[in-house]
Design a protein around this ligand. Structure first.
Ligand code: SF4
Length: 365
C-alpha cells in the first residue's frame, strides 16, 4: 500500500483579512455541516479509497477550527476508515486562529497531534493593519491552553515584509514565538496578490523595498539560529525532529490527495484540483492540471529545503543519474556563493535562499 499525504481544505473564515488570497468565505453552522457531510461522502466514495494510506493529514483553509472539533473528528474518522490513517503514527495538523474558541481537548482526543496557529505578528499595530482579529495575548493563551491539553507539537506562522515592519518589530515577533518555545515557526514574506484589499490600496501601503525585505529575511535567519531553530526550508524553522512532515512531502515532490473547494492533488503522476467554489466541489468538478513530478519540478522543490538535492534520491526516483548539465551549473553558482556542493548532492546557501527563484531558474534553464 502506497503512502500519500492527505489535505482537506475548509473554506470558512469569520471575515476576510485584507492580504488574503486563499479561497475562504463566511459560513453558517448549516454550511459547516453540509460541507462536512460532503467531505465525508467524497472521502468514502473516492476512487483512491482503499488503495492508499494517509501518512499525514492536514486541515488548511480558511480557518479549519471554525467548524469545531466534533466535525473535524468525524472527517478524521472517515480518513481512518477509507485511507488507513493511523493517528498514533501519522502527523495530523489543524490550522487554527488565535482568539478562536477551540476545544483543544476534543481535537487531541480525535487524533489531532499538531496545531498551526496563524499568529502573523506579535506587534499589535501590525496585527491591526493585517486585519487580524486577535492580540498577542490571545495567542499566548491559546498556545498555553493547547499545551495543557496535550499538544506538544505547535507551530506559529509569522509574516515578514509587513508594511511599516522594522528589524526591531520583527525581532519582537520572533522573540514572542521563541519565548513560547514552540516546536515550529513558519515565516512567510507578505505578497500583495491581485484581487485582495491590499492590492487595491497598495499605493497607500508603505511596503518595504526589495533590499529592506532582504534585510528582514537575514534578520529572521540570524535570530532563529540564535534561538536554536533549524532552518530546514526557505521559510520554515523548527526544533530538531519537528519538521512539518506534511509540507516535507510537498517539497520532496511526493504524492498527495486534496479534498475540498480549491484543494490541489498530485497523484499517479497527475496534477488536478477543485475550482475555488463550494458548488464545484459538491458537483465533483475536477480540473485536470497536467502531469507532474518531472526532474525540473523535483529539483526546484528540493532546493527549497536545506537538505537540497541528493544524487542517490534522484537516481532512486528517476532510475538514472542526475544529468551532468546541472552539476556544471552548480559549480558556477557555488563560486558566487549561492550553492553549496556536498558529498552526496547540493543545496542552496542562505544567500541562495534569498534569491532562490533566480538561482533555480538559472539552474534549470
Ligand atoms: S484567517 Fe487566514 S484564510 Fe481566513 S481570511 Fe484571514 S488569512 Fe485568509
Amino acid at each position: 500500500m502506497k503512502d500519500i499525504g492527505f489535505y482537506i481544505h475548509i473554506p470558512f473564515c469569520d471575515s476576510k483579512c485584507p492580504y488574503c488570497d486563499f479561497y475562504s468565505r463566511k459560513g453558517t453552522e448549516q454550511m459547516y455541516e453540509e460541507y462536512t457531510e460532503q467531505l465525508i461522502g467524497k472521502i468514502h466514495d473516492s476512487k483512491y479509497a482503499g488503495k492508499y494510506a494517509a501518512k499525514t493529514l492536514y486541515f488548511g483553509g480558511g480557518t479549519p477550527g471554525i467548524i469545531g472539533a466534533q466535525r473535524i473528528g468525524r472527517i478524521i474518522s472517515a480518513v481512518k476508515e477509507s485511507f488507513f490513517l493511523d493517528t498514533d503514527k501519522s502527523e495530523v495538523t489543524v490550522e487554527l486562529n488565535p482568539g478562536l474558541n477551540t476545544d483543544y481537548y476534543k481535537l487531541r482526543e480525535n487524533g489531532v497531534n499538531r496545531i498551526s496557529f496563524g499568529l502573523q505578528s506579535a506587534v499589535e499595530s501590525e496585527l491591526e493593519l493585517l486585519g487580524r482579529r486577535h492580540s498577542s495575548i490571545d495567542a499566548e493563551k491559546c498556545v498555553d491552553k493547547a499545551r495543557s491539553e496535550g499538544f506538544d507539537n505547535i507551530s506559529l506562522d509569522i509574516m515578514t515584509a509587513v508594511p511599516g515592519q522594522t528589524e526591531e518589530s520583527l525581532k519582537q515577533s520572533i522573540r514572542f514565538c521563541t519565548d513560547l518555545k514552540v516546536q515550529h515557526i513558519s515565516a512567510y514574506i507578505l505578497k500583495i496578490e491581485p484581487g485582495t484589499v491590499f492590492y487595491k490600496k497598495r499605493a497607500e501601503l508603505s511596503l518595504p523595498e526589495d533590499d529592506e525585505t532582504a534585510t528582514l529575511y537575514e534578520c529572521l535567519c540570524t535570530e532563529m539560529k540564535k534561538a536554536g531553530y533549524r532552518h530546514y526550508e526557505i521559510s520554515n524553522f523548527c526544533r530538531p525532529g519537528y519538521e512539518s512532515r506534511h509540507n516535507l512531502l510537498y517539497w520532496r515532490d511526493e504524492e498527495y490527495l486534496g479534498l475540498g473547494a480549491s484543494a490541489h492533488s498530485f497523484l499517479e503522476g497527475k496534477r488536478f484540483y477543485y475550482p475555488r467554489s463550494m458548488q464545484d466541489f459538491y458537483d465533483d468538478n475536477i480540473i485536470d492540471d497536467g502531469t507532474g513530478g518531472d526532474e525540473d519540478e523535483y529539483i526546484m522543490l528540493a532546493l527549497r529545503l536545506a537538505e537540497g538535492v541528493s544524487y542517490d534520491r534522484f537516481e532512486e526516483r528517476f532510475g538514472y543519474k542526475l544529468p551532468e548539465k546541472y552539476i556544471k551549473r552548480c559549480v558556477q553558482l557555488e563560486k558566487n556563493g549561492y550553492i553549496k556542493i556536498m558529498d552526496g548532492g547540493f543545496s542552496l546557501t542562505e544567500k541562495g535562499f534569498l534569491v532562490s527563484n533566480a538561482v533555480i531558474a538559472y539552474l534549470l534553464s
